[in-house]
Design a protein around this ligand. Sequence first.
Ligand code: NAP
Length: 303
Amino acid sequence: MADIIIVGAGPAGLSAAIYARRANMDTVVYEGESYGGQIINTPEIENYPAIAKISGFEWATNLYNHATGLGAKVEFDRVTAIEGSAEELFTVKLESGMEDTAKAVILAVGASNRHLGIDREEELTGKGISYCATCDGAFYKGKTVAVSGGGNTAVEDAIYLAGLADKVYLIHRRNEFRAEETLVKAAREMPNIEFVTPYVVTELKGEPKLASVILTNREDGSTKELEISGLFVAIGQEPKTADFKDLVALSGGYIEAGEDCRTNVKGIFAAGDGRTKKVRQLTTACSDGAVAALAAIDFIKLG
Ligand code: NAP
């Protein structure tokens, strides 16, 4: 039995583990994929206070080493269900068939990449379609690629890919970008990035690999074809909360919890991108981890 079980080894979950361990709580983190969450795929982090520049991989690895160095156990097994209540213990069921129990649970489940939702997207994933520029960008050295999206991820990906590919199209459904102004300016200044707005990708062509995309103009409905070898989809995330929809209250798929990270169930807390919040940044995920862990510790000690 653990004092605190944390679901998810991303920035929020591992930050919570650091705070829980520093209060000497027996802490187990369960993770269904790899540690680090989405930030591990970010080429460069330039907005984490006191670290001017660091790769997502290095930052996430430092965080993992920090948490485990303090004694947090990280188990790579997916949590499939949670039962129990604050009055008894919480029982955490795992994909491996094992179970674990804890006095308090922190859901730091994060989010996964949103898909375009068009024909052949799954079939061509890994054959020209990617959701991770840092993972797959090197396959497109000297080629022509496109990025779909208008947020920080898409613009950062376009800049990163422009250093590898000959040409990068940045396809976005609006003329205005959600991404930070400085990033958009940096992308506009790169000679091999071409902005393609206001367009959405409506068709994927090529056999057996992606060879071109059909784009539809969102204002006049006209279409055009771009010949590309790779399409990087960076259109945001969906919270990974499906397994917990009968456990805690959700809102728009996100776990309902305020800045105190308390859910509607006593003893269960939510931290990071998977909870209802306005700002989903690395700093706010870490901050949530601290708040949720301290709230869980209070709950264990004071009830
Ligand atoms: P995001 O900010 O949610 O942006 C998603 C983008 O995809 C938006 O431009 C959106 O268009 C577009 N989009 C959504 N659904 C679409 C669809 N079906 N078809 C075409 N386009 C679609 O996602 P993100 O860029 O992954 O960023 C997620 C969070 O992480 C944000 O808070 C971001 O600031 C943060 N982040 C921060 C950094 C950093 O600080 N260095 C780096 C990466 C991410 P609209 O704009 O029209 O809605």
